[in-house]
Design a protein around this ligand. Sequence first.
Ligand code: FES
Length: 72
Amino acid sequence: MEQNLNKDVLDKLTKVCICKAISRAKIKEAVKAGAKTVEEVNKITGAGSGGCGGKRCRCKIEELIEQNIKKV
Ligand code: FES
């Protein structure tokens, strides 16, 4: 329980998309809402459309989609 709480806090604090300051929690939410590609996550959260054009966050978003879709 406590571990879950820590995880949630970390998810909120960890920025996946630095340009747009989108947290890991936001990405997970988008995946839960049905996003299955980086483009769909981008549409929902805006992650990946910052100054670097997704260069710094695309891999991390892909990873999160993988991990979180498998769980469903
Ligand atoms: S870090 Fe996501 S667009 Fe630059």
